[in-house]
Design a protein around this ligand. Structure first.
Ligand code: ITT
Length: 195
């Protein structure tokens, strides 16, 4: 699979998750560089992922298209009491205000519920497969842990023991994460008889 992403953490998580399932993941490079894709300003992760997949496919020579499996993933953190903010703008918001900024926005709010969402789009042999994953959790009171990336130091998943994603091993995170779930669903779709 060729993963179209500029986020090395997403790439590493996908490689680590898919390798034991017999799938090799490589980062998409054009002439030695990560291709610059336009990230549209949609609220819907699926629309964004499909838009990016179409751009990536257009960059591949016609003769190689049928042999390629192109993977794109769009993801984000959706906080209930902020009407889903930062959602599809998670990457931008993280760069601007970081986890400290989110904790400030959440101070005084008693409802801490949120979810990570991921939509993976795989274009393979002219077919487009879309798979989704959601991981419910709560925003923590403070920053904890040094693992993971992005909002992981303030995200406490529901299906766990109260640690943030940043306090877990990569394997623990993948086993319950939005990314792990969307990749699992993708693998199931690929191996289904109708493929
Ligand atoms: P590409 O578009 O190049 O793949 P990106 O980081 O910009 O990389 P997205 O547009 O999908 O990717 O933004 C997702 C953002 O959501 C990401 O940058 C993080 O801030 C946040 N995010 C998503 N999954 C996460 C995870 O597992 N842990 C922590 N933060 C995550």
């Amino acid at each position: 699979m060729i993963f179209v992403t500029g986020n090395s953490n997403k790439l590493e998580e996908a490689k680590r998750y898919l390798k034991p399932l017999g799938m090799e993941v490589e980062q998409m490079m054009i002439d030695g560089s990560i291709p610059e894709l336009i990230e549209p300003q949609f609220d819907d992760l699926e629309k964004i992922a499909i838009f990016k997949a179409d751009q990536a496919i257009a960059m591949i020579p016609e003769s190689e298209k049928s042999d390629c499996a192109i993977l794109v993933e769009d993801s984000g953190l959706f906080i209930d009491s902020l009407n889903g903010f930062p959602g599809s703008y998670s990457s931008f918001v993280f760069r601007k205000i970081g986890v400290d900024g989110i904790l400030r926005l959440m101070s005084g709010k008693s409802m801490k519920g949120c979810e990570y969402r991921a939509v993976s789009v795989l274009v393979i042999g002219g077919r487009t497969i879309i798979a989704k994953g959601i991981c419910r959790g709560n925003i923590s009171e403070e920053i904890s842990g040094t693992g993971g990336f992005g909002y992981d130091p303030i995200f406490i998943p529901e299906d766990s023991d109260g640690r943030t994603f940043a306090q877990m091993t990569k394997e623990e995170k993948s086993s319950i994460s939005h990314r792990g779930k969307s990749l699992k669903a993708l693998c199931e779709a690929i191996s289904s008889p109708s493929m």
